[in-house]
Design a protein around this ligand. Structure first.
Ligand SMILES: [Fe+2]
Ligand SMILES: [Fe+2]
Length: 406
C-alpha cells in the first residue's frame, strides 16, 4: 500500500517558547504532518526555497520581517502554499481584512483540533483549485474578468480609516446604470422594505454596507457579461436564480441567528455561487450553447455536462476567479463545493451549507424558470452539522417567501 502523503507544514514564530509549545502539542500529528519550525521570516523563506510546503502558519508581530510581509512574499513566490495567521492579537476581523495575504486566521492559544480542522479545510480548497483540468480551462480563457472598478473603490472606502456611508453612496451614484439596477432591486419585493428608496445612501442606511456591497459586486459581474454572446434567456434565468438564492439565504441566516460577518459572507456567496456558468458560457460560447440545449433534453444538472466537456465545472471555475479577486475563503469555499458539500471538511454552519441548500431549494421552488436542473440535497452534510431537523423550517420559509412576492 502506498504511504499516506504527509502534509508539509511550516510554523513561524519569533518566540522559541511558542515553537516549542507547538512542537509538544502537535507531537500526536506526526503521522499526518511533516512539521518544520522557523524562528522568523528570513529562516522561513530559506526553508521554502529549498523544499515544497503545503501550509505556512505564521505569527503576526515579529521583529524584522513581520507576518504580513512574510505572507505577502509567500503569496507572490509560492502561491500554492496555504497561508494561515496564528496570532496573539484579538482583533481577528481587522487582521483578516487588512492582511489579504492570509487565508485563515487563528488566535493563540489554539488547540490541536482547531488547528487541524483549519488546515484541512484550507488544504481541501487549495486542492480543488490546483486541479489540472481546471488550470487547463482557466488558462484557455481569452480574458479572465477583472475585479470591477466600482467595487474596488467601495472596498478601498470601507478599508479606509474613516469609512462613510455618504461616500459609499456617492461612489455608487457615479454609475447611473448601476444605481438604477440597485434601486430597482432594493425596491422590489425582494427586501420587503417599508418605504421607497430613492438613492444609494438610503439603501446603504437601511440594508447595511455589506449587503449593498454584495449587490454591487454581483450586478457588476453580471453586467460584465452583457455583450458576451450568452443566450439572453439563460442569463436572465441565472440572475433570477442567484438573486432568489440570496433571498432564501437572508431568511435562513436570520432564523439560524448566524453571526453578522458570517451572514454577510453567506449572502455574497449566494449571489455569486453560479458565476462560473457565466465565465464558461462566455468563453466557450458555441460549446456551452450545445450543453444548454442538451441539458434541456436530458433534464439533468448542467454540471454533469460541464464535467464531461471540460473535466471541471462552473463551481470550481467560479471559485477560482473569486479566489483570484481576493474574496474571503468562506465564500470561495462555498462556490467550490456548492454541489458536493460533503467533500469539504467543515464542522459547523458555513456559507457553503446555506448556499448548497438554498440553491437546490430555489431550483425546486422555481421549476418554470430553469437555468439548470436541480441536484439532490446532501443530507449527510446536514446530518453531520446537526442541521437536518432545520430543513423543514427552511422549506417553510421559502413557501412563505413565494406567497409574499406574488
Ligand atoms: Fe451551481
Ligand atoms: Fe445554483
Amino acid at each position: 500500500m502506498e504511504a499516506i502523503l504527509k502534509k508539509k507544514i511550516l510554523f513561524v514564530d519569533d518566540e522559541p517558547n511558542v515553537l516549542n509549545g507547538l512542537r509538544r502539542m502537535l507531537r500526536g500529528m506526526r503521522k499526518e504532518w511533516e512539521m518544520h519550525f522557523a524562528e522568523g521570516g528570513e529562516e522561513a523563506l530559506e526553508l521554502l526555497k529549498n523544499s515544497q510546503f503545503d501550509v505556512i502558519v505564521s505569527d503576526m508581530r515579529m521583529p524584522g520581517m513581520d507576518g504580513a510581509e512574510l505572507l505577502s512574499r509567500v503569496m507572490k513566490q509560492y502561491p500554492e502554499v496555504v497561508r494561515i495567521v496564528l496570532s496573539g492579537h484579538s482583533d481577528k476581523e481587522m487582521i483578516l481584512r487588512s492582511v489579504r495575504p492570509a487565508q485563515q486566521y487563528l488566535s493563540k492559544p489554539c488547540d490541536t483540533k482547531t488547528l487541524k480542522s483549519t488546515i484541512d479545510r484550507a488544504c481541501a480548497l487549495r486542492d480543488i483549485l490546483v486541479d489540472e483540468s481546471l488550470k487547463k480551462v482557466v488558462s484557455g480563457l481569452d480574458t479572465l474578468p477583472s475585479m470591477p472598478e466600482l467595487y474596488q473603490e467601495i472596498l478601498n472606502e470601507l478599508q479606509s480609516d474613516d469609512p462613510s456611508i455618504q461616500r459609499v453612496g456617492d461612489i455608487i451614484s457615479k454609475d447611473v446604470g448601476m444605481t438604477a439596477k440597485i434601486l430597482q432591486l432594493v425596491n422590489s419585493a425582494f427586501f420587503g422594505l417599508p418605504r421607497h428608496i430613492s438613492n444609494p445612501q438610503q439603501a446603504v442606511t437601511l440594508l447595511g454596507l455589506e449587503t449593498v456591497k454584495a449587490l454591487v459586486l454581483s450586478v457588476q459581474v453580471f453586467s460584465q457579461f452583457d455583450n458576451a454572446n450568452i443566450p439572453r434567456k439563460f442569463m436572465d434565468a441565472l440572475w433570477h436564480h442567484s438573486i432568489n438564492t440570496g433571498k432564501i439565504i437572508r431568511e435562513i441566516v436570520k432564523t439560524e441567528g448566524v453571526e453578522k460577518n458570517l451572514a454577510d459572507d453567506t449572502f455574497m456567496a449566494a449571489l455569486l455561487h453560479d458565476v462560473g456558468k457565466l465565465i464558461l458560457a462566455a468563453s466557450f460560447a458555441e460549446i456551452y450553447r450545445e450543453l444548454i440545449k442538451g441539458n434541456e433534453q436530458t433534464k439533468t444538472p448542467l454540471r454533469h455536462a460541464e464535467q464531461a466537456q471540460f473535466g471541471t465545472t462552473h463551481a470550481e471555475v467560479g471559485a477560482y476567479l473569486m479566489g483570484l479577486w481576493g474574496l474571503p475563503d468562506n465564500i470561495v469555499e462555498a462556490l467550490a463545493f456548492h454541489h458536493r458539500p460533503a467533500e469539504c471538511p467543515v464542522e459547523r454552519f458555513a456559507p457553503l451549507t446555506a448556499v448548497h441548500v438554498a440553491s437546490v431549494l430555489e431550483h425546486e421552488s422555481n421549476p418554470g424558470e430553469e437555468t439548470d436542473y436541480s441536484a439532490e440535497l446532501d443530507m449527510g452534510h446536514l446530518a453531520k452539522l446537526g442541521l437536518e431537523p432545520r430543513l423543514k423550517c427552511w422549506k417553510d420559509l421559502i413557501t412563505d417567501l413565494s406567497h409574499y412576492s406574488h
